[in-house]
Design a protein around this ligand. Structure first.
Ligand code: GLY
Length: 403
């Protein structure tokens, strides 16, 4: 397969974008999305009951929707959706089979909020327990705390009857090994540091880049990565993904809940928690207003308290679409619209208002070409819709390519 740096680094929008707002008539797009004859993600007139989730929840919506429609609790319905990818060893962004930290250990994060009782639970950096979303609910229901982390959270889970198991699959172990043998490390200034670009050497020439990829392909083959998985693995090494699933559920009565779960940023430092276990960042639900959740660059989302910001925006009258776009613009503002940095950030918000209207918004169209970000929806009809993005093109996640 012919391969060039351009495959990774091409983005359609680079340059003079003042805080990312030019070029998109959001009001017009909002109106277009409100037209039920269009299929893309939407600020769609409300319908209840309804469940929304990240795209990887699509397969689990039918079961959860039937449960919700039959009077099941909104948080339990949302947990039914996210438990699917947590149990799936082939989803390497969540639960069993999640991509591990830099030491090859899978560490999971999750949180949940139960609207009707206005409660919250959260766990971070949990090892050896695959259904951390359920552990977060257990923390909410069986402790007086909101957040448990690390070894304490694992011991609590075991006390609650969750089985310990090895979460590292062969698939994820091999991609981690490829990263170990060809990686750049995490130490040094991060994306938001003024010294960030001092860490970046000049981009390699095309031939040098080709040689590097060939070297990685050889290492991948030696490790035993299947040829058809090779480029997928290399991309995950060069642009560590953050995966994650969020789900919010609203019933006929207007009760609403949300949950988010993840294995977090691949190859992270042990102990790193992203946004997913942070109430107000990875997930926020307010029974009076609605619910929001996030997938993508956790560090960036924590800094804008994304989910809470969105719910507060809706409280003050914004539509789900505008509320989500505003949170994205705050991330853009944090970088003064610097596209050289923003192109390393991937961010998706899933927004559900109490009246059943919803929106899926993203900073970029997708994480890689040809794979747009999607919001999965079930309101009687199950569907996957493209998110509405602030910028056209694909993100490249941190860290950037280093020779
Ligand atoms: N959004 C998941 C993470 O950054 O860990």
């Amino acid at each position: 397969m012919a391969f060039s740096r351009r495959d990774f680094l091409s983005t359609a929008v680079v340059g003079a974008v003042s805080l990312g707002l030019e070029g998109r008539d959001l009001e017009a797009e909002d109106r277009k999305k409100s037209d039920p004859s269009t299929s893309d993600s939407a600020a769609v007139a409300g319908k209840r009951p309804i469940i929304i989730s990240a795209g990887n929840g699509f397969d689990y919506l039918d079961d959860a929707f039937a449960f919700l429609k039959n009077g099941g609790d909104t948080l339990d319905a949302a947990l039914r959706v996210v438990k699917g990818p947590e149990d799936d060893p082939n989803d390497d962004s969540v639960g069993l089979g999640g991509l591990p930290n830099e030491e090859g250990v899978v560490e999971l994060d999750s949180c949940c909020m139960h609207g009707p009782t206005r409660r919250a639970g959260s766990v971070g950096g949990v090892r050896n327990i695959k259904n951390v979303s359920l552990v977060a609910r257990a923390a909410m229901e069986h402790t007086g705390h909101v957040m448990l982390v690390g070894e304490g959270a694992e011991r609590f889970a075991v006390a609650q009857g969750f089985p310990r198991e090895n979460l590292l699959t062969e698939h994820s172990r091999k991609i981690w090994l490829l990263w170990k043998e060809t990686h750049s490390d995490w130490w040094g200034p991060g994306l938001s540091s003024p010294n960030w670009n001092k860490r970046l050497p000049a981009p390699p020439h095309a031939e040098e880049f080709e040689r590097r990829i060939e070297r990685m392909k050889q290492v991948a083959s030696d490790i035993g990565i299947e040829p058809e998985q090779c480029m997928i693995a290399i991309r995950k090494v060069l642009f560590p993904p953050t995966g994650t699933i969020h789900c919010s559920a609203l019933n006929e009565k207007g009760e609403i809940s949300g949950t988010t779960t993840t294995s977090g940023l691949a190859w992270k430092l042990p102990g790193r928690c992203g946004d997913s276990p942070v109430i107000g960042a990875g997930c926020y639900t307010d029974q009076d207003v609605g619910s929001a959740g996030a997938t993508g660059s956790g560090e960036e989302n924590i800094k804008v308290a994304g989910a809470h910001t969105i719910v507060e925006n809706m409280r003050h009258g914004m539509s789900p679409l505008d509320a989500g776009m505003d949170a994205l613009k705050r991330i853009v503002r944090n970088y003064n619209g610097d596209m050289n940095r923003l192109r390393f950030i991937d961010m998706v918000y899933y927004v559900l208002r109490k009246d059943g209207s919803y929106a899926g918004v993203s900073l970029w169209d997708g994480y890689e070409p040809g794979k747009p970000h999607q919001i999965a929806v079930h309101d009687g009809t199950r569907r996957a819709e493209k998110t509405l993005s602030l910028f056209s093109g694909v993100s490249q996640e941190w860290p950037p390519l280093l020779p």
